[in-house]
Design a binder for this molecule. Structure first.
Ligand code: HEM
Ligand SMILES: [Fe+2]
Length: 762
């Protein structure tokens, strides 16, 4: 049992880490790039205002925002990063002027023109461009930004360019026509893009680097990596090596668990009514999973055909931004649904009683979830189609930020649903909580972990579409990062320890000790690690230092998962082929494996600031996000579902063959997608970004290159394998549920016939 000292240390670490996270937020708020009240040219004529920037931001977000290209490197990878794009276009016009051209000719000056200059002239022009763009002309006293000659000349060109692009649409960027509906909208959206570019090209007052720590990389604009990016990257690698060594030492010192697992035999399940009511959750979740996987293939396919699907004009009805939004939202929904249902299943199992009216309440929750899922999918779609671009459209439409796309009303409803879920779980486990003397025991930990999930999702209410983007991103990553890298990991560890002790695979005392050790490592590193998403979003440099070092430490517990994979396989082998827990155990093993590879290895791939400086917003990110989000939490959702269903449906309805096929198809499909398609595409683009700049790596020349197209086509094979696995899993769940129903009906009929004949005999 963990000592009081262990708990005190854990509590201290959590409080200290949150203090640093909040302090960092205060610093970001203080040092964020200003949005100038007025932006004027040298003659004092107003070009645009702060209201224009905010209006542009709100409109961009309402139409799907981060699913239409990206801003400051956050968002979708197919269309350009608008920050890098408008920055480079501004730099080219400035270069034309520096070369001695008049305004008209400078506006038509291209990258090819620049490269055609002789080396001496090119060097001179680049030096002038850097000097002009990096100089800060914002006057805080009057809240006025005076544009340089190059910037003022470029702005109208940018407005005209984006107006044309967004009115006509672009197949290469997978943007359907009509993304902006008027020249005024185009001007506002351009003001927003241009302002983010301004923060990326302008030095902070008194410094020699920009508000975004020189992101995006663009040699013409004089943007290159800072020494601190390299130094903290090296420090992070050293910390990771040292941390791993230390963690192995402590792990070994605590001694290997010599407990020989004795899996509890599985009697024919006898679920309570509310436990049986979790079955439709699982069926719905898996249907959503299949839909999510199919939308992933479609989103990938748009990289080849723009707005078409094998010649069909699908982009008009379901454009890239909508299919990608749904792909992400559905992932959150189906995974969450499986977890919620598992919590509802575990409740009565642990508490030993069925609370009053639990089944009716469980079904009410299911109804509420369906309303949120359907409402938010329709709302985000309507937002993208431009039907909800008014001031309040975001309330039911699209919020524009990745992973929290759903309209605010649906978001609040989801939080309410999670709270109802908490109450339902609490009612059920209350007897067990009361029995557990130790407030830090496994059942209590399960409760705390369950509370943390809605708690941190609620932070997503702290910003609106009009919030300064540096702060919106700060709060958004509280949700996304603190969920996936902290509280989900904690929930996964606790739930796994819980389930494994329930079935007798590990001893509860050693499981609790290991759980405390893991929680300490996850929270000690991961809370401050949030800053690894904020290196270049307008934060001060200390954020890079803290983010790089602490998030490197996040990988330490993930490397230890090698031990867990080994242990789980041992347990599965000992249990034998006939074990009722064979496939649930394999799925838990997959969770540990992908946590090590998808989260650990591929997370660290893009984690050092010097790497992310070039790779922010490239195809290197989906290598990690697929390996981690599906690899860890998708497989966890499936494993938890199998554990619950194993104790809910009749043995005869359980089909191990379908499960085995699903297991291998999903794992091989995911691995194939990463190795054959995402890794080559990511590294190809990464190399181009290092050589020429982010703007070029994200331009249609590169995203539409034959290399990327081939890599995208290669995805077809692993995608088909993966989809076959997903279908097999649905088939398994459907067979288990309907098979179970049929068996029950038969038993009931048999017993009533028996009763009937008994009566007749009497
Ligand atoms: C199971 C755990 C994890 C999950 C589910 C996860 C998931 C994700 C997702 C979904 C993204 C966003 C991709 C996008 O912007 O489209 C992301 C980004 C990122 N993750 Fe993770 N991650 C996990 C663990 C880690 C770890 C351990 C590290 C490194 C220490 C890490 C480092 C990063 C970095 C650096 C980014 C890119 C940030 C950016 O582009 O702004 N992640 N992760
Ligand atoms: Fe993160």
């Amino acid at each position: 049992m963990p000592s009081h000292r262990t708990r005190a240390v854990l509590l201290f670490v959590v409080v200290a880490a949150f203090s640093v996270l909040i302090f960092g937020g205060a610093q970001i708020s203080r040092y964020k790039p200003p949005i100038p009240g007025r932006v004027v040219d040298a003659q004092g004529q107003v070009i645009f205002t702060a209201e224009d920037v905010v209006a542009g931001q709100k409109y961009y977000l309402s139409r799907g925002g981060q699913h239409v290209g990206s801003i400051l490197g956050h968002g979708a990878y197919l269309a350009p990063d608008w920050t890098a794009d408008s920055l480079h276009r501004t730099a080219l016009v400035t270069a034309g002027l520096a070369h001695g051209l008049d305004a008209g000719a400078a506006r038509a000056f291209t990258q090819a023109d620049l490269e055609a200059l002789d080396a001496g002239e090119r060097g001179r022009v680049q030096a002038l461009v850097k000097d002009e763009l990096h100089r800060n002309r914002y006057d805080a006293a009057t809240d006025t930004l005076t544009l340089s000659r190059g910037q003022a000349t470029a702005f109208p060109t940018l407005v005209a360019y984006y107006d044309q692009l967004f009115q006509k649409g672009s197949d290469a960027m997978s943007i359907p026509p009509g993304f902006v509906d008027s020249p005024e909208r185009a001007r506002q959206v351009t003001a927003f893009y241009f302002w983010t570019a301004w923060s990326g090209m302008t030095d902070r007052p008194g410094e020699t680097f920009t508000y975004t720590a020189n992101w995006p990389f663009d040699p013409l604009a004089g943007n290159g990596p800072l020494p601190s990016a390299l130094i903290w990257s090296i420090a992070s690698v050293l910390l990771l090596i040292a941390g791993t060594g230390l963690a192995i030492y402590f792990y070994m010192r605590n001694g290997e668990d010599e407990h020989r697992p004795e899996l509890a035999p599985l009697a024919e399940p006898n679920p309570t009514p509310s436990q049986r009511a979790t079955l439709p959750f699982f069926l719905i979740a898996l249907v959503l999973f299949v839909l999510q996987a199919a939308l992933g293939s479609l989103t990938g396919h748009y990289a080849v055909e723009g707005n078409k699907f094998f010649g069909m004009d699908l982009g008009g009805i379901l454009p890239y931004a909508a299919s990608r939004t749904w792909h992400l939202q559905l992932a959150v929904f189906w995974i969450a649904t499986c977890w919620l249902a598992t919590g509802l299943f575990i409740g009565p199992a642990v508490g030993g009683v069925e609370p009053k009216a639990q089944k009716a309440l469980v079904l009410t929750l299911l109804g509420a979830l369906v309303v949120v899922v359907v409402g938010s999918l329709v709302g985000t779609w309507a937002g993208i189609q431009g039907k909800l671009s008014g001031e309040n459209g975001w309330l039911i439409g699209h919020q524009g930020y990745e992973y929290i796309e759903l309209g605010r009303v649906w978001q609040v409803a989801l939080i309410a649903g999670m709270l109802l879920w908490l109450v339902l779980v609490y009612r059920a486990i209350k007897p067990a909580l009361q029995k557990e003397q130790d407030k830090g025991g496994l059942t209590h930990l399960l409760l705390y972990a369950s509370v943390s999930i809605p708690l941190f999702y609620s932070v997503g209410l702290f910003y609106t579409p009009g919030t300064h983007i540096a702060m919106a991103d700060y709060w958004r990553w509280w949700v996304v990062h603190l969920w996936v890298e902290n509280f989900f990991e904690v929930f996964a560890t606790v739930a796994l320890a819980f389930v494994l002790t329930q079935i007798g695979a590990v001893k509860s005392s050693s499981a609790l000790k290991a759980t405390y050790f893991s929680i300490l490592l996850y929270l000690g590193s991961g809370i401050i690690g949030t800053f690894h998403h904020l290196y270049f979003t307008g934060s001060p440099l200390m954020i890079t230092a803290l983010g790089a070092t602490f998030s490197a430490l996040e990988v330490v517990p993930l490397t230890l998962l090698g031990f867990e994979v080994y242990q789980n396989l041992k347990v599965a082998k000992l249990a034998g082929n006939q074990s009722p827990y064979r496939w649930p155990l394999y799925f838990f093993t997959a969770v540990a494996f992908w946590n090590m590879i998808g989260a650990g290895v591929f997370g660290f791939l893009i984690n050092p600031p010097i790497v992310l400086y070039y790779a922010q917003g490239l195809n290197t990110t989906p290598i990690h996000s697929h390996g981690a989000l599906f690899g860890v939490y998708g497989f966890l959702a499936i494993a938890l579902m199998l554990f619950s269903m194993r104790h809910t449906v009749r043995k005869a309805a359980w089909d191990d063959r379908l499960l085995g096929f699903a297991f291998w198809a999903l794992n091989l499909g995911l691995a194939g997608m990463i190795v054959l398609s995402l890794l080559p595409a990511g590294f190809y683009q990464f190399a181009i970004a290092i050589k020429h700049g982010i703007w070029y790596a994200r331009s249609p020349e590169v995203t539409g290159s034959s290399f990327i197209h081939t890599a995208t086509w290669l995805r077809v094979f692993p995608d088909v394998v993966f989809d076959a696995g997903a279908l097999a899993l649905v088939a398994f769940v459907a067979k288990a549920i309907f098979g179970d129903l049929a068996l029950r009906r038969k038993e009931r009929d048999d017993s009533s016939t028996r009763n009937g004949s008994l009566k007749r005999a009497a």
